[in-house]
Ligand binder design. Structure first.
Ligand SMILES: Cc1cn([C@H]2C[C@H](O)[C@@H](COP(=O)(O)OP(=O)(O)O[C@H]3O[C@@H](C)C(=O)[C@@H](O)[C@H]3O)O2)c(=O)[nH]c1=O
Length: 189
């Protein structure tokens, strides 16, 4: 089977579902999940700056993250395992401001998400997973920030039953601001 790159817009402007180039044969498979040239041919200017990976146990929630300055566009993919991935639009002039969308990303569907600057990102790990990130802005620890994963104002419906309600959070993610606090401080992006 061979699959060419495909790009699909979503309800959130600039948030694009990407199906990477894929070809399998008797040896296994080949997958290319970023090509500057092909992205540009599809109208996407993406200036790749950093690549990193995370490996997480089932039940981990990493959310809802952003850089408050020098926001990072991110091209993400679940290389191994399965996650419930969420993007929240925090751009105050966006018609979908405050809207969240969820996507299942997994090893089988190989789907990528291109997340634009001005959105928060997070995920719930449904089985041990490796996530890859290709960022179009570098990491600035001093601007690293987020909103709490279970903020009632945003109201994400996390499928916690899929992890038997056993969630694992970093200390820093237990102490993130609420959406209201974010709005008071920044007024949106
Ligand atoms: C994200 C990042 C972290 N770090 C460091 C900071 C810290 O010591 C260690 C672990 O970082 P964190 O706890 O922030 O990792 P994590 O909680 O996995 O953060 C990630 O969450 C997901 C949802 C995203 O969208 C990412 O952009 C990023 O915010 O690695 C870097 O040096 N470079 C980086 O690009």
């Amino acid at each position: 089977m061979m699959q060419k790159f495909e790009f699909k817009e979503t309800e959130i402007a600039g948030l694009i579902e990407v199906q990477p180039f894929y070809a399998d044969d008797g040896r296994g498979y080949f997958l290319k999940d970023y090509s500057k040239e092909i992205f540009e041919q599809n109208g996407i200017e993406y200036d790749l700056k950093e690549v990193f990976y995370t490996n997480s146990y089932k039940g981990v929630i990493r959310a809802l993250h952003f850089q408050r300055e020098k926001q990072q566009p991110k091209l993400i993919r679940c290389v191994l395992g399965k996650v419930f991935d969420v993007v929240v639009d925090l751009r105050k002039d966006s018609p979908t401001f405050k809207k969240w969308l969820n996507f299942e990303l997994n090893e089988e569907n190989k789907r990528e998400l291109l997340i634009p600057a001005g959105c928060a990102h997070g995920y719930l790990v449904l089985e041990q997973s490796i996530m890859s990130y290709k960022c179009a802005e570098k990491f600035y620890g001093e601007y690293d920030d987020g909103i709490m994963w279970n903020d009632p104002n945003i109201g994400i419906k996390w499928p916690l039953e899929l992890v038997d309600y056993q969630i694992i959070l970093a200390e820093k993610d237990k102490n993130l601001q609420t959406f209201s606090m974010f709005m008071e401080t920044y007024g949106g992006f």
